[in-house]
Design a protein around this ligand. Structure first.
Ligand SMILES: CC(C)(COP(=O)(O)OP(=O)(O)OC[C@H]1O[C@@H](n2cnc3c(N)ncnc32)[C@H](O)[C@@H]1OP(=O)(O)O)[C@@H](O)C(=O)NCCC(=O)NCCS
Length: 424
Protein backbone atom coordinates (compact mmCIF):
# COMPACT_ATOMS: atom_id res chain seq x y z
CA UNK A 1 0.00 0.00 0.00
CA UNK A 2 1.11 3.55 -0.77
CA UNK A 3 0.68 6.40 1.70
CA UNK A 4 -1.80 8.38 -0.42
CA UNK A 5 -3.55 5.43 -2.03
CA UNK A 6 -7.22 6.24 -2.68
CA UNK A 7 -6.60 9.99 -2.94
CA UNK A 8 -7.56 11.45 -6.31
CA UNK A 9 -5.84 14.62 -7.45
CA UNK A 10 -7.26 16.83 -10.17
CA UNK A 11 -4.01 18.18 -11.53
CA UNK A 12 -4.68 21.46 -13.28
CA UNK A 13 -1.03 22.50 -13.17
CA UNK A 14 1.45 23.46 -15.85
CA UNK A 15 5.09 24.45 -16.37
CA UNK A 16 7.20 23.65 -13.27
CA UNK A 17 5.90 24.80 -9.89
CA UNK A 18 2.54 22.99 -9.83
CA UNK A 19 3.73 19.82 -11.62
CA UNK A 20 6.53 19.41 -9.06
CA UNK A 21 3.89 19.27 -6.34
CA UNK A 22 1.52 16.85 -8.07
CA UNK A 23 4.42 14.59 -9.08
CA UNK A 24 5.26 14.19 -5.40
CA UNK A 25 1.64 13.35 -4.61
CA UNK A 26 1.77 10.74 -7.38
CA UNK A 27 4.96 9.28 -5.95
CA UNK A 28 3.26 8.95 -2.58
CA UNK A 29 0.48 6.94 -4.21
CA UNK A 30 -2.24 9.43 -5.20
CA UNK A 31 -4.07 8.98 -8.51
CA UNK A 32 -3.02 12.17 -10.31
CA UNK A 33 -5.26 13.17 -13.23
CA UNK A 34 -3.58 15.86 -15.29
CA UNK A 35 -6.06 18.03 -17.18
CA UNK A 36 -4.58 19.50 -20.36
CA UNK A 37 -5.85 21.72 -23.11
CA UNK A 38 -6.89 19.59 -26.13
CA UNK A 39 -4.24 19.32 -28.81
CA UNK A 40 -1.86 21.59 -26.90
CA UNK A 41 -1.26 20.26 -23.42
CA UNK A 42 1.18 21.61 -20.89
CA UNK A 43 3.36 24.13 -22.75
CA UNK A 44 6.51 22.39 -21.49
CA UNK A 45 5.78 19.35 -23.67
CA UNK A 46 7.14 21.40 -26.55
CA UNK A 47 9.71 23.53 -24.75
CA UNK A 48 13.48 22.91 -24.92
CA UNK A 49 12.85 20.03 -27.30
CA UNK A 50 15.86 17.76 -27.75
CA UNK A 51 14.11 14.98 -29.73
CA UNK A 52 11.73 16.37 -32.36
CA UNK A 53 8.28 14.81 -32.10
CA UNK A 54 8.78 13.58 -28.54
CA UNK A 55 7.72 15.18 -25.28
CA UNK A 56 10.61 17.24 -23.93
CA UNK A 57 12.68 16.31 -20.89
CA UNK A 58 11.29 19.47 -19.30
CA UNK A 59 7.85 17.85 -19.36
CA UNK A 60 8.74 14.21 -18.79
CA UNK A 61 10.91 14.92 -15.75
CA UNK A 62 8.12 16.85 -13.97
CA UNK A 63 5.13 14.68 -14.78
CA UNK A 64 5.87 11.11 -13.75
CA UNK A 65 3.16 8.95 -12.17
CA UNK A 66 0.25 10.88 -13.69
CA UNK A 67 -2.59 10.20 -16.12
CA UNK A 68 -3.47 12.75 -18.80
CA UNK A 69 -6.94 13.80 -19.92
CA UNK A 70 -7.47 16.40 -22.65
CA UNK A 71 -10.25 18.75 -21.67
CA UNK A 72 -11.35 22.19 -22.80
CA UNK A 73 -12.56 23.72 -19.57
CA UNK A 74 -14.16 26.65 -21.41
CA UNK A 75 -16.45 24.47 -23.53
CA UNK A 76 -19.91 23.75 -21.99
CA UNK A 77 -19.48 19.96 -22.01
CA UNK A 78 -15.92 20.48 -20.82
CA UNK A 79 -17.27 22.39 -17.82
CA UNK A 80 -19.65 19.50 -17.14
CA UNK A 81 -16.74 17.03 -17.18
CA UNK A 82 -14.66 19.32 -14.98
CA UNK A 83 -17.55 19.54 -12.52
CA UNK A 84 -17.69 15.74 -12.41
CA UNK A 85 -13.93 15.64 -11.80
CA UNK A 86 -14.29 18.09 -8.92
CA UNK A 87 -17.01 15.89 -7.46
CA UNK A 88 -14.77 12.81 -7.64
CA UNK A 89 -11.43 14.24 -6.55
CA UNK A 90 -10.01 14.95 -3.11
CA UNK A 91 -7.63 17.69 -4.20
CA UNK A 92 -7.56 20.23 -7.03
CA UNK A 93 -4.10 21.69 -7.64
CA UNK A 94 -3.62 24.65 -9.97
CA UNK A 95 -1.05 27.26 -10.84
CA UNK A 96 -2.79 29.35 -13.44
CA UNK A 97 -2.37 33.08 -13.66
CA UNK A 98 -4.34 34.93 -10.97
CA UNK A 99 -8.08 34.85 -11.66
CA UNK A 100 -7.95 32.19 -14.42
CA UNK A 101 -9.94 29.63 -12.44
CA UNK A 102 -12.63 32.25 -11.66
CA UNK A 103 -12.76 33.22 -15.34
CA UNK A 104 -13.42 29.56 -16.19
CA UNK A 105 -16.39 29.74 -13.81
CA UNK A 106 -14.79 27.76 -11.00
CA UNK A 107 -14.35 30.13 -8.08
CA UNK A 108 -13.46 28.70 -4.65
CA UNK A 109 -17.09 29.22 -3.61
CA UNK A 110 -18.35 27.28 -6.66
CA UNK A 111 -15.80 24.50 -6.10
CA UNK A 112 -16.92 24.14 -2.47
CA UNK A 113 -20.53 23.97 -3.61
CA UNK A 114 -19.66 21.10 -5.92
CA UNK A 115 -17.54 19.25 -3.34
CA UNK A 116 -17.22 20.57 0.22
CA UNK A 117 -14.55 17.94 0.99
CA UNK A 118 -12.19 19.07 -1.77
CA UNK A 119 -8.91 20.81 -1.06
CA UNK A 120 -8.10 23.59 -3.54
CA UNK A 121 -4.35 24.16 -3.68
CA UNK A 122 -2.97 27.12 -5.62
CA UNK A 123 0.40 28.56 -6.46
CA UNK A 124 0.62 32.22 -7.45
CA UNK A 125 3.60 34.52 -7.84
CA UNK A 126 2.59 36.83 -4.99
CA UNK A 127 0.24 36.66 -2.04
CA UNK A 128 -2.56 39.22 -1.60
CA UNK A 129 -1.38 42.80 -2.08
CA UNK A 130 -0.29 45.19 -4.76
CA UNK A 131 1.36 42.55 -6.99
CA UNK A 132 -1.28 39.84 -6.62
CA UNK A 133 -2.33 40.02 -10.28
CA UNK A 134 1.17 39.48 -11.69
CA UNK A 135 2.23 36.44 -13.64
CA UNK A 136 5.49 35.14 -12.25
CA UNK A 137 8.23 32.78 -13.39
CA UNK A 138 11.15 31.22 -11.51
CA UNK A 139 13.78 33.93 -11.79
CA UNK A 140 11.31 36.69 -10.97
CA UNK A 141 10.43 34.80 -7.79
CA UNK A 142 14.11 34.51 -6.86
CA UNK A 143 14.45 38.26 -7.33
CA UNK A 144 11.38 39.31 -5.33
CA UNK A 145 11.92 36.72 -2.60
CA UNK A 146 15.32 38.12 -1.58
CA UNK A 147 17.44 35.38 -3.09
CA UNK A 148 19.01 37.31 -5.98
CA UNK A 149 20.04 40.32 -3.91
CA UNK A 150 21.93 38.03 -1.53
CA UNK A 151 23.47 35.69 -4.11
CA UNK A 152 26.65 36.39 -6.08
CA UNK A 153 29.68 38.48 -5.27
CA UNK A 154 29.58 41.85 -3.53
CA UNK A 155 31.13 43.64 -6.48
CA UNK A 156 29.07 41.81 -9.11
CA UNK A 157 25.48 41.64 -10.34
CA UNK A 158 22.71 40.07 -8.25
CA UNK A 159 22.54 36.39 -9.25
CA UNK A 160 19.81 33.80 -9.69
CA UNK A 161 20.63 30.27 -8.65
CA UNK A 162 20.43 26.97 -10.54
CA UNK A 163 18.30 25.52 -7.76
CA UNK A 164 14.70 26.26 -8.72
CA UNK A 165 13.64 27.60 -5.36
CA UNK A 166 10.81 29.66 -6.87
CA UNK A 167 9.15 26.88 -8.84
CA UNK A 168 10.15 23.53 -7.35
CA UNK A 169 10.60 25.10 -3.91
CA UNK A 170 7.05 26.46 -3.92
CA UNK A 171 5.74 23.15 -5.27
CA UNK A 172 7.27 21.48 -2.22
CA UNK A 173 5.70 24.02 0.12
CA UNK A 174 2.30 23.49 -1.52
CA UNK A 175 2.62 19.73 -1.25
CA UNK A 176 3.12 19.98 2.50
CA UNK A 177 0.07 22.25 2.73
CA UNK A 178 -2.04 19.73 0.81
CA UNK A 179 -1.04 16.76 2.95
CA UNK A 180 -1.66 18.83 6.09
CA UNK A 181 -5.12 19.83 4.83
CA UNK A 182 -5.89 16.18 4.03
CA UNK A 183 -4.89 15.29 7.59
CA UNK A 184 -7.20 17.98 8.99
CA UNK A 185 -10.03 16.82 6.71
CA UNK A 186 -9.79 13.39 8.32
CA UNK A 187 -11.03 15.06 11.52
CA UNK A 188 -13.37 17.76 10.22
CA UNK A 189 -14.69 16.27 7.00
CA UNK A 190 -14.17 19.65 5.34
CA UNK A 191 -11.78 20.71 2.63
CA UNK A 192 -9.99 24.04 2.61
CA UNK A 193 -8.01 26.37 0.38
CA UNK A 194 -4.23 26.02 0.46
CA UNK A 195 -2.21 28.86 -1.07
CA UNK A 196 1.52 29.15 -1.61
CA UNK A 197 3.03 32.27 -3.17
CA UNK A 198 6.39 31.95 -4.91
CA UNK A 199 7.70 35.13 -3.28
CA UNK A 200 6.85 33.68 0.15
CA UNK A 201 8.41 30.32 -0.66
CA UNK A 202 11.69 31.86 -1.78
CA UNK A 203 11.74 34.18 1.24
CA UNK A 204 11.16 31.21 3.52
CA UNK A 205 14.23 29.56 2.00
CA UNK A 206 16.16 32.85 2.44
CA UNK A 207 15.26 33.02 6.13
CA UNK A 208 18.93 33.24 7.19
CA UNK A 209 19.40 36.38 5.12
CA UNK A 210 16.51 38.11 6.89
CA UNK A 211 18.24 37.02 10.10
CA UNK A 212 21.41 38.76 8.90
CA UNK A 213 19.46 41.88 7.90
CA UNK A 214 18.48 42.33 11.56
CA UNK A 215 21.92 41.37 12.87
CA UNK A 216 23.32 44.27 10.83
CA UNK A 217 21.75 46.64 13.35
CA UNK A 218 24.12 45.25 15.96
CA UNK A 219 27.23 45.76 13.83
CA UNK A 220 29.12 44.23 10.89
CA UNK A 221 28.57 40.61 9.92
CA UNK A 222 31.89 39.22 10.99
CA UNK A 223 31.65 35.92 9.17
CA UNK A 224 31.28 37.70 5.81
CA UNK A 225 34.57 38.07 3.86
CA UNK A 226 34.10 41.78 3.51
CA UNK A 227 34.52 42.19 7.26
CA UNK A 228 38.08 40.87 7.07
CA UNK A 229 38.66 42.96 3.95
CA UNK A 230 37.79 46.10 5.90
CA UNK A 231 34.90 47.00 3.59
CA UNK A 232 32.06 48.80 5.32
CA UNK A 233 28.59 47.28 5.38
CA UNK A 234 25.65 49.22 3.96
CA UNK A 235 22.11 49.13 5.28
CA UNK A 236 21.10 45.85 3.64
CA UNK A 237 22.54 42.36 3.58
CA UNK A 238 25.29 42.24 0.96
CA UNK A 239 26.04 39.41 -1.44
CA UNK A 240 28.46 37.11 0.32
CA UNK A 241 30.01 35.18 -2.55
CA UNK A 242 30.64 31.66 -1.34
CA UNK A 243 30.93 32.51 2.34
CA UNK A 244 29.11 30.05 4.53
CA UNK A 245 25.58 31.07 5.46
CA UNK A 246 25.95 29.80 9.01
CA UNK A 247 28.14 30.79 11.89
CA UNK A 248 30.91 28.55 10.56
CA UNK A 249 33.19 30.23 8.03
CA UNK A 250 33.46 28.35 4.74
CA UNK A 251 34.64 28.91 1.16
CA UNK A 252 34.94 27.25 -2.21
CA UNK A 253 38.58 26.41 -2.78
CA UNK A 254 40.54 25.28 -5.82
CA UNK A 255 41.58 21.65 -6.07
CA UNK A 256 44.06 19.84 -8.32
CA UNK A 257 43.12 20.39 -11.97
CA UNK A 258 41.19 23.64 -11.47
CA UNK A 259 43.07 25.26 -14.35
CA UNK A 260 41.22 23.11 -16.88
CA UNK A 261 38.27 21.60 -14.99
CA UNK A 262 35.56 24.16 -14.13
CA UNK A 263 34.40 21.97 -11.24
CA UNK A 264 37.72 21.03 -9.62
CA UNK A 265 36.78 22.78 -6.38
CA UNK A 266 35.75 21.82 -2.88
CA UNK A 267 33.69 23.50 -0.23
CA UNK A 268 35.67 23.75 2.98
CA UNK A 269 34.29 24.73 6.40
CA UNK A 270 36.44 25.62 9.40
CA UNK A 271 34.15 24.75 12.26
CA UNK A 272 35.48 25.74 15.67
CA UNK A 273 35.22 22.15 16.91
CA UNK A 274 37.66 20.83 14.30
CA UNK A 275 40.00 23.81 14.01
CA UNK A 276 42.90 21.86 15.52
CA UNK A 277 42.48 19.11 12.95
CA UNK A 278 42.41 21.65 10.11
CA UNK A 279 45.67 23.14 11.39
CA UNK A 280 47.32 19.72 11.53
CA UNK A 281 46.09 18.64 8.11
CA UNK A 282 47.31 21.75 6.28
CA UNK A 283 50.60 21.85 8.20
CA UNK A 284 50.07 24.92 10.39
CA UNK A 285 50.03 23.30 13.88
CA UNK A 286 51.10 26.54 15.56
CA UNK A 287 47.75 28.15 14.58
CA UNK A 288 46.13 25.92 17.21
CA UNK A 289 47.61 27.97 20.03
CA UNK A 290 48.61 31.25 18.38
CA UNK A 291 46.34 33.92 19.92
CA UNK A 292 45.64 35.43 16.51
CA UNK A 293 44.19 32.16 15.19
CA UNK A 294 43.11 30.00 18.12
CA UNK A 295 39.52 31.25 18.49
CA UNK A 296 36.77 31.92 15.95
CA UNK A 297 36.65 35.60 16.94
CA UNK A 298 40.38 36.00 16.48
CA UNK A 299 40.16 34.39 13.04
CA UNK A 300 37.29 36.52 11.70
CA UNK A 301 39.48 39.31 10.31
CA UNK A 302 41.93 36.85 8.74
CA UNK A 303 39.56 34.55 6.90
CA UNK A 304 40.90 35.40 3.44
CA UNK A 305 44.46 34.68 4.54
CA UNK A 306 43.43 31.44 6.31
CA UNK A 307 41.48 30.14 3.34
CA UNK A 308 44.30 31.07 0.97
CA UNK A 309 46.58 28.88 3.08
CA UNK A 310 44.09 26.00 3.10
CA UNK A 311 43.74 26.38 -0.65
CA UNK A 312 47.49 25.83 -1.11
CA UNK A 313 46.80 22.44 0.48
CA UNK A 314 43.60 21.62 -1.46
CA UNK A 315 45.22 22.62 -4.77
CA UNK A 316 47.62 19.70 -4.41
CA UNK A 317 44.77 17.20 -4.11
CA UNK A 318 41.75 16.24 -6.14
CA UNK A 319 38.37 17.26 -4.72
CA UNK A 320 37.71 13.59 -3.93
CA UNK A 321 41.05 13.20 -2.12
CA UNK A 322 40.20 16.25 -0.02
CA UNK A 323 36.92 14.54 0.90
CA UNK A 324 38.67 11.25 1.74
CA UNK A 325 41.22 12.94 4.00
CA UNK A 326 38.88 15.40 5.74
CA UNK A 327 35.77 13.29 6.20
CA UNK A 328 37.26 10.84 8.73
CA UNK A 329 38.46 13.88 10.70
CA UNK A 330 34.95 15.38 10.72
CA UNK A 331 36.17 18.41 8.78
CA UNK A 332 33.10 19.39 6.72
CA UNK A 333 34.06 19.48 3.05
CA UNK A 334 32.23 18.61 -0.15
CA UNK A 335 33.36 18.32 -3.75
CA UNK A 336 31.71 20.59 -6.31
CA UNK A 337 29.99 17.90 -8.38
CA UNK A 338 29.10 18.54 -11.99
CA UNK A 339 25.76 17.31 -13.35
CA UNK A 340 27.80 14.82 -15.40
CA UNK A 341 29.43 13.42 -12.27
CA UNK A 342 26.10 13.25 -10.47
CA UNK A 343 24.51 11.43 -13.40
CA UNK A 344 27.31 8.86 -13.32
CA UNK A 345 27.02 8.18 -9.57
CA UNK A 346 25.83 4.57 -9.22
CA UNK A 347 25.03 5.11 -5.55
CA UNK A 348 22.29 7.60 -6.43
CA UNK A 349 20.61 5.01 -8.68
CA UNK A 350 20.71 2.45 -5.87
CA UNK A 351 18.77 4.78 -3.55
CA UNK A 352 16.25 5.75 -6.24
CA UNK A 353 17.37 9.38 -6.18
CA UNK A 354 18.28 8.94 -9.83
CA UNK A 355 16.12 6.70 -11.99
CA UNK A 356 16.20 5.44 -15.56
CA UNK A 357 12.79 5.75 -17.19
CA UNK A 358 11.65 4.28 -20.48
CA UNK A 359 9.42 6.39 -22.71
CA UNK A 360 7.66 5.31 -25.92
CA UNK A 361 8.65 8.46 -27.83
CA UNK A 362 12.06 9.22 -26.35
CA UNK A 363 13.49 5.87 -25.26
CA UNK A 364 15.37 5.73 -21.98
CA UNK A 365 16.25 8.88 -20.06
CA UNK A 366 17.53 9.70 -16.60
CA UNK A 367 15.37 11.54 -14.11
CA UNK A 368 15.48 12.56 -10.48
CA UNK A 369 13.35 10.23 -8.39
CA UNK A 370 11.72 11.11 -5.11
CA UNK A 371 14.12 12.87 -2.74
CA UNK A 372 11.80 11.86 0.11
CA UNK A 373 11.88 8.19 1.12
CA UNK A 374 9.09 6.56 3.12
CA UNK A 375 9.96 3.14 4.52
CA UNK A 376 6.38 1.88 4.23
CA UNK A 377 5.46 3.59 0.98
CA UNK A 378 8.19 2.94 -1.57
CA UNK A 379 8.21 5.10 -4.70
CA UNK A 380 8.01 3.48 -8.12
CA UNK A 381 8.64 6.05 -10.83
CA UNK A 382 6.50 5.56 -13.94
CA UNK A 383 6.83 7.54 -17.16
CA UNK A 384 4.91 10.73 -17.86
CA UNK A 385 1.69 10.30 -19.86
CA UNK A 386 1.36 11.19 -23.53
CA UNK A 387 -1.09 14.02 -24.19
CA UNK A 388 -4.59 12.70 -23.64
CA UNK A 389 -3.35 9.14 -23.20
CA UNK A 390 -5.95 8.40 -20.55
CA UNK A 391 -8.85 10.60 -21.68
CA UNK A 392 -11.27 7.78 -22.41
CA UNK A 393 -10.12 5.71 -19.46
CA UNK A 394 -10.77 8.59 -17.06
CA UNK A 395 -14.10 9.51 -18.62
CA UNK A 396 -15.29 5.92 -18.26
CA UNK A 397 -13.68 4.47 -15.18
CA UNK A 398 -13.40 7.57 -12.97
CA UNK A 399 -16.43 9.57 -14.13
CA UNK A 400 -18.74 6.79 -15.35
CA UNK A 401 -19.34 8.11 -18.89
CA UNK A 402 -20.19 5.15 -21.11
CA UNK A 403 -22.04 4.33 -24.32
CA UNK A 404 -24.04 7.21 -25.82
CA UNK A 405 -23.08 9.50 -22.96
CA UNK A 406 -19.40 8.96 -23.68
CA UNK A 407 -20.00 9.55 -27.40
CA UNK A 408 -21.79 12.80 -26.55
CA UNK A 409 -18.80 14.07 -24.60
CA UNK A 410 -16.35 13.06 -27.31
CA UNK A 411 -18.54 14.58 -30.05
CA UNK A 412 -18.77 17.86 -28.18
CA UNK A 413 -15.11 18.62 -28.92
CA UNK A 414 -14.44 19.09 -25.22
CA UNK A 415 -11.86 16.32 -25.06
CA UNK A 416 -9.97 16.79 -28.30
CA UNK A 417 -9.80 15.37 -31.77
CA UNK A 418 -7.33 12.62 -30.98
CA UNK A 419 -9.63 10.98 -28.51
CA UNK A 420 -12.57 11.16 -30.94
CA UNK A 421 -10.48 9.04 -33.36
CA UNK A 422 -9.51 6.63 -30.62
CA UNK A 423 -13.16 6.14 -29.77
CA UNK A 424 -14.13 5.21 -33.31
C1 LIG B 1 3.06 30.44 -15.31
C2 LIG B 1 2.24 31.57 -15.89
C3 LIG B 1 3.07 32.86 -15.91
C4 LIG B 1 1.88 31.15 -17.32
O1 LIG B 1 1.01 32.11 -17.88
P1 LIG B 1 0.21 31.72 -19.22
O2 LIG B 1 1.04 30.87 -20.10
O3 LIG B 1 -0.27 32.99 -19.82
O4 LIG B 1 -0.97 30.78 -18.71
P2 LIG B 1 -2.25 31.16 -17.84
O5 LIG B 1 -2.12 30.50 -16.54
O6 LIG B 1 -2.49 32.64 -17.86
O7 LIG B 1 -3.39 30.44 -18.67
C5 LIG B 1 -3.69 30.91 -19.98
C6 LIG B 1 -5.13 30.64 -20.32
O8 LIG B 1 -5.28 29.25 -20.63
C7 LIG B 1 -6.50 28.83 -20.11
N1 LIG B 1 -6.51 27.37 -19.96
C8 LIG B 1 -5.59 26.62 -19.31
N2 LIG B 1 -5.95 25.32 -19.39
C9 LIG B 1 -7.08 25.27 -20.10
C10 LIG B 1 -7.92 24.21 -20.51
N3 LIG B 1 -7.66 22.93 -20.22
N4 LIG B 1 -9.02 24.53 -21.25
C11 LIG B 1 -9.29 25.80 -21.57
N5 LIG B 1 -8.53 26.85 -21.20
C12 LIG B 1 -7.44 26.58 -20.47
C13 LIG B 1 -6.61 29.56 -18.81
O9 LIG B 1 -7.89 29.53 -18.32
C14 LIG B 1 -6.13 30.94 -19.23
O10 LIG B 1 -7.20 31.62 -19.82
P3 LIG B 1 -7.61 33.16 -19.43
O11 LIG B 1 -6.36 33.96 -19.69
O12 LIG B 1 -8.71 33.46 -20.34
O13 LIG B 1 -7.96 33.16 -18.00
C15 LIG B 1 0.95 31.80 -15.07
O14 LIG B 1 0.15 30.65 -15.18
C16 LIG B 1 1.22 32.10 -13.60
O15 LIG B 1 1.61 33.20 -13.23
N6 LIG B 1 1.01 31.11 -12.74
C17 LIG B 1 1.12 31.26 -11.29
C18 LIG B 1 2.57 31.32 -10.87
C19 LIG B 1 3.35 30.13 -11.32
O16 LIG B 1 3.03 28.99 -11.05
N7 LIG B 1 4.47 30.42 -11.98
C20 LIG B 1 5.49 29.46 -12.24
C21 LIG B 1 5.27 28.62 -13.37
S1 LIG B 1 6.58 27.43 -13.40
Amino acid sequence: MKALEGIKVLDFTHVQSGPTCTQLLGWFGADVIKVERPGVGDATRQQLVDKPGADSLYFTMLNHNKRSIELNSKNETGKEVLTRLIEECDVLVENFAPGALDRMGFSWERIQEINPRIILASIKGFGPGRYEDCKVYENVAQCVGGSASTTGFRDGLPMVSGAQTGDSGTGLHLCLGIVTALFQREKTGRGQKVSAAMQDGVLNLCRVKLRDQQRLEAGPLKEYSQFGEGIEFGDSVPRAGNDSGGGQPGRILKCKGWETDPNAYTYFIIQAAIWDKVCDVIGEPEWKTDEGYATPDARNDKLNQIFERIELWTMERSKFEVMEICNPLNIPVGPILSMKEIMEDEGLYKTGTLVKVDHPERGEYVSVGSPIKLSDSPVEVSRSPLLGEHTQEILSSVLGYNGADLERVIDSGAVGEVKRQAAE
